[in-house]
Design a protein around this ligand. Sequence first.
Ligand code: GDP
Length: 363
Amino acid sequence: GFKCGIVGLPNVGKSTIFNAITSAGAEAANYPFCTIEPNVGVVSVPDERLDALAEIVQPKRVLPTAIEFVDIAGLVRGASTGEGLGNQFLGHIRQVDAIAHVVRCFEDDNVVHVDGSVDPLRDVEVIQTELNLADLATLGKRIQRIEKLARSGDKSAQAELSVLQRVEEVLNDGKPVRAAGLEPEELALLRDLFLITAKPVLYVANVAEDDLPDGNDYVEQLRKHVAAEGSELVILCGKIEAEIAELDGGEKVEFLQALGLDESGLDRMIHAGYRLLGLITYFTAGVQEVRAWTVVDGARAPQAAGVIHTDFEKGFIRAEVIAYEAFISARGEAGAKDQGLMRLEGKDYVVQDGDVMHFRFNV
Ligand code: GDP
């Protein structure tokens, strides 16, 4: 499963948003890959195509795909200089695929700001500095280990060292690794370091209800920073998200419309996370179950099969594939077959968003 860690200074609204996530949450039992811990919330990824498929297939159940949000507490100014970022904190944040950085863009005299005033760019920098320091520590250890090897003439160690030193410079300049413009081969060298600032970031501007849907001056400041980084920005109101999470179906739509929104902030967070991580969805559509599955864009058929079960990947023979549009226009699998819209694809097939797939495999 894909995981998104929620970070931010104290009192910016992290817990409020995380609580909205858990109350909107999916039944974790349906997602065996998800971790069931108090700081983990599992949410289903809204996808209208699932409903359209279900209407045709009339399955016993419909299961959206899900992603996990992890509430990562413990990040404060000076965290990395004092006690060092706690091991638990680092462990949690290293494991996530993306980071949702909650930034306070609301004023409220009843909610103390740790630094005395609302200032999104300062807040972002405080967090950025702590994460950079954590990455510098990780990098420093690796550099120390590899320097000897490099000096003794080991060519691959020399190549790695030069990349590590460049990254060190970027971090010392106060920039995140994700903004360093590294080549894929260079990033591959860094992969097993699990650098925090290499992860994609989704900024979440927490605004007052009155500032929905477009934000305020604080959000504009943040927007410039986000654009310069090539990250994503979602504007929401934490308090309102908590209310939305309690509503279902029609009520939810009405409530959102009254606020001038098409989608809840949580749903926008999920979709932005999907884009940020380069994820796509494929479907399985049987009478027992119509289900959505998440893969990385570019995944090949066996990898996609492996998301369902590792045996499907190991024993992969071929996939029967119907594009989503074809499945809908032919009113299902039988119709699609009749019209020659079902393709047989082998192990090199690159899965397309919306593919309806059926895997053939050896056991
Ligand atoms: P955390 O420390 O980042 O987890 O922040 P919390 O979620 O505990 O929120 C801190 C305080 O801010 C709480 O009293 C919340 O009720 C309040 N809060 C959270 N979101 C909003 C918001 O959108 N508007 C306002 N006015 N207060 C909020």
